[in-house]
Design a binder for this molecule. Structure first.
Ligand SMILES: *Cc1c(COP(=O)(O)O)cnc(C)c1O
Ligand SMILES: [Zn+2]
Length: 390
């Protein structure tokens, strides 16, 4: 691994990236500062330039390079010039999490760790378990005591050390960090620096796929806030490398049922407060006290972004409408469409703009959402088939 810095954009502190540092002493998250520099002139955005790792440190399952697809129906409906879906369900474990996991695994290997871990029940758990398997590293996955079998099995299949832990979830998170440091396990929880650094590749790909023309808006379903921060950093890196000529604006999309960032944004606050009794079908974005929340607020204001919520009904409708265009995303990943609609209604996004919706994960990850839809089919006998099909 080459020499690089982790910087706190809040207090300005710098840390050596070749150490297992996961958070600033001031409590705010850290961002990778790395200007590989050379190669930018050739309009290259590959990891050799934008990450401080040696090629041998990477373990890839083929993450990234996901499709970016224009949906004319959405553009027409919303009065926009172009609406594109960045389909992150095309990743190895069907969510964008693989991008950050791959970067964290490279970092863990560079620092000599042989064990990795995470606290999660959803996409993160599956991603870390899969990359642990691929890298030949033990993956320690900690999940809440009430997690049901339907969620355990798709993680267990990769062969990690999977521990279902009784007790308070916030304490589990803190314990994982303490025990990780003590036992030498690289815990890649929600918004650790290299997870965020991995999400920059979403911005790199959007720029490349659009011929280095930056969209007006990028709409990101937001929970901890790491993915949105990574995408913002990616567009900053492109701009400072001279590959693009401006920043997009960002729409932080949350479910109204768990919208701590929207609440603080609307109140003009600089710091988020814990959201009381969160509840939403978009369970992948149900973090009531996002660790990157303060940072996201600052970045939104810096680039003229907004934070908006979507109602449960709007999320279900968006999931249906995405599917009717051929995109089956889990509820959280359809929140961007719902929020873009609200943003258009409120006049926050101008007519004729271009927008990219980040569809963060696959609909097959959360089949319980089928119950929110009135899905129909018909039964018939073989001899009735011709009649039914006429
Ligand atoms: C993790 C996740 C998110 C939220 O990302 P954050 O970095 O926590 O803001 C959104 N959608 C899906 C499908 C996820 O798995
Ligand atoms: Zn700091």
């Amino acid at each position: 691994m080459r020499n690089a810095l982790l910087r706190c954009k809040s207090c300005g502190a710098n840390y050596d990236a070749r150490t297992p540092t996961f958070r600033c002493e001031c409590g705010e998250p850290l961002d990778l500062v790395w200007d590989g520099g050379e190669g930018a002139a050739e309009k290259r955005t590959d990891r050799a330039i934008f990450f401080p790792f040696e090629e041998g440190e990477w373990v890839s399952l083929g993450e990234g390079n996901t499709p970016l697809v224009s949906v004319k129906d959405f553009a027409d409906e919303l009065g926009l010039a172009d609406v594109q879906v960045k389909n992150e369900s095309a990743n190895p474990t069907w969510s964008f999490k693989d991008r950050g996991t791959a970067a964290c695994v490279a970092h863990a290997r560079a620092l000599g760790f042989s064990r990795i871990g995470t606290v999660s029940t959803g996409n993160m758990a599956a991603s870390v378990a899969a990359y642990g398997a691929a890298a030949g590293m033990e993956a320690v996955i900690l999940v809440k005591g009430d997690t049901d079998e339907e969620k355990m099995a798709p993680v267990a299949i990769y062969g990690p050390t999977l521990l279902r832990v009784e007790g308070a979830y916030d304490k589990l998170y803190k314990e994982s960090i303490r025990l990780g440091a003590e036992l030498g396990i690289y815990f890649m929880n929600s918004d650790v620096p290299f997870r965020v650094a991995g999400s920059r590749t979403i911005a790199f790909e959007i720029a490349e796929q659009r011929g280095f023309s930056v969209p007006d808006w990028v709409v990101v379903p937001t929970s901890a806030g790491g993915n949105l921060r990574g995408i913002i950093n990616g567009f900053e890196d492109l701009l400072s490398a001279g590959l693009t000529d401006r920043m997009p604006r960002f729409l932080c999309a949350q479910a109204q049922g768990c919208s701590p960032i929207v609440a603080a944004f609307d109140a003009g606050e600089e710091r988020i407060k814990p959201f009381e009794s969160p509840h939403t079908i978009a369970h992948a974005i149900e973090n009531p006290f996002p660790p990157s929340g303060n940072r996201v607020l600052a970045e939104l204001r810096r680039y003229g972004g907004v934070a908006l919520g979507a109602k449960e009904k709007e999320i279900v409708k968006a999931q249906k409408h995405m599917a009717r265009q051929g995109f089956f995303g889990q509820p959280a990943s359809c929140v961007p469409l719902a929020c873009l609609r609200n943003a258009r209604e409120e006049g926050l996004v101008a007519e004729g703009s271009t927008a990219v919706l980040i569809m963060t994960g696959s609909g097959l990850k959360y089949t319980a959402a089928f119950q929110a839809h009135k899905l129909k089919w018909k039964d018939c006998k073989l001899k009735e088939l011709a009649e039914k099909m006429r």
